[in-house]
Write a protein of this length. Structure first.
Length: 376
């Protein structure tokens, strides 16, 4: 066979030459933005899937915790036995004994004094399932971790980060009981400070596991940040701050007042915003002020999401970042709609629980977007 210049080419050299030519063209077709992305190792992928399963369980835990609070079930279990409290009451005698313990609480005396054993079971099961799910998360995390560590799937140098996750989970259980104890005194309502701390701790554990999982699925060799990383991180911070303010709204039951929108009753700024002394207490202890703060933070955050989305359309984003940006806008719209509906309908359980679930979904999308921009 002759080439264009009349030089003879053997078949032995033709096939390897074509392969080299195709390989060089494939390398040239890869965009510069893709060169820093590495395929995850099979072991890393297994660990990431395990962490994502744990994240899904924590997500369910937060939603179930919201339903437990909304239905007034959170104070139905008056003791905390991490190891021995797995089994619920099984006989009529055990149910009666458990109910007698509850009858000694301020909540029974001041709120549920007409409740019988049958009614008590209705609130007991939600709190029991909430605690049981917490134990299940511990098992689902610890057992695979031990197996991964023994097999070498997780290297010894990586153990501290996973042990920290487990320790934070244990501390979260303690914090949950610390929150419940605040409602077993004279005032049968949990402290809004402890409730919000419990919520924030759950989000921190969730974010930590999700970030590690994403880093295993999307490893990057480049250390330089994308130019939009900083502003995306600040937007995620605003979303987090709005969620924290929502914790105080929940703790004070502030959604039960001023069930109008956009005005609060007949006012843009309702009376009594600074009724408490010292003034800083109004930000955390005054239901009117806490609701106004949450409204302002939510509207501001939503406006920032819209501006971010408009400007990001002209930015040099990867397909992954672009998809997360679109998801951020769509989830933000859904969250605002749910928030307004929850307020004007006086906090129905289904809408309020959905509002909390979508808040965590919005946080998830923001975190995934931030992670996608950690390398330029």
């Amino acid at each position: 066979m002759l080439d264009a210049h009349g030089v003879r080419i053997s078949r032995r050299t033709l096939l390897p030459g074509l392969i080299r030519l195709l390989a060089s063209r494939e390398e040239q077709s890869v965009s510069p933005a893709m060169t820093h992305v590495q395929a995850p190792h099979a072991k890393d992928r297994a660990v990431a899937i395990w962490l994502l399963v744990c994240c899904a369980l924590v997500f369910a835990m937060v939603v179930l915790g919201g339903v437990t609070r909304l239905t007034g079930s959170g104070l139905s279990m008056v003791d905390w036995r991490p190891m021995m409290g797995i089994l619920p009451p099984l006989t009529d005698i055990e149910w009666q004994q458990t109910f007698e313990q509850y009858r000694l609480t301020p909540e029974f005396e001041k709120v549920n004094s007409r409740m019988d054993v049958g009614d008590f079971k209705g609130i007991f099961w939600l709190e029991y399932l909430h605690r049981l799910l917490g134990r299940l998360i511990g098992v689902v995390f610890l057992v695979p971790f031990v197996l991964f560590a023994i097999k070498g799937t997780i290297q010894r140098r990586e153990w501290p980060k996973y042990l920290l996750m487990f320790a934070l989970g244990g501390l979260q259980g303690l914090l949950g009981w610390y929150m419940v104890k605040s409602g077993l005194v004279n005032d049968p309502h949990v402290s809004q400070y402890r409730l919000t701390a419990h919520l924030v701790a759950a989000f921190l554990i969730y974010a930590y596991m999700l970030w590690v999982a994403l880093s295993l699925l999307y490893p990057a060799s480049a250390n330089n940040r994308h130019p939009w990383f900083g502003k995306t991180l600040m937007l995620t911070g605003m979303i987090s701050l709005t969620i924290i303010s929502g914790g105080f709204v929940a703790g004070l039951k502030a959604g039960k007042i001023y069930n109008t929108f956009p005005m609060m009753g007949d006012h843009w700024l309702p009376p009594g915003l600074m009724a408490l002394k010292p003034l800083w207490r109004n930000l955390f202890d005054n239901a009117t002020t806490v609701q106004l703060d949450h409204r302002l933070l939510a509207i501001t955050t939503f406006a920032l999401i819209i501006v971010y989305w408009i400007r990001a359309r002209r930015a040099d984003f990867s397909a992954r970042s672009t998809g997360a940006t679109n998801a951020l806008l769509h989830t933000g719209i859904l969250q605002v709609a749910l928030g307004i509906a929850t307020l004007v309908l006086s906090v129905p359980t289904v809408l309020a629980a959905s509002h909390q679930a979508v808040a965590m979904l919005l946080f998830t999308v923001a975190l995934m977007l931030t992670h996608s921009l950690r390398s330029s």
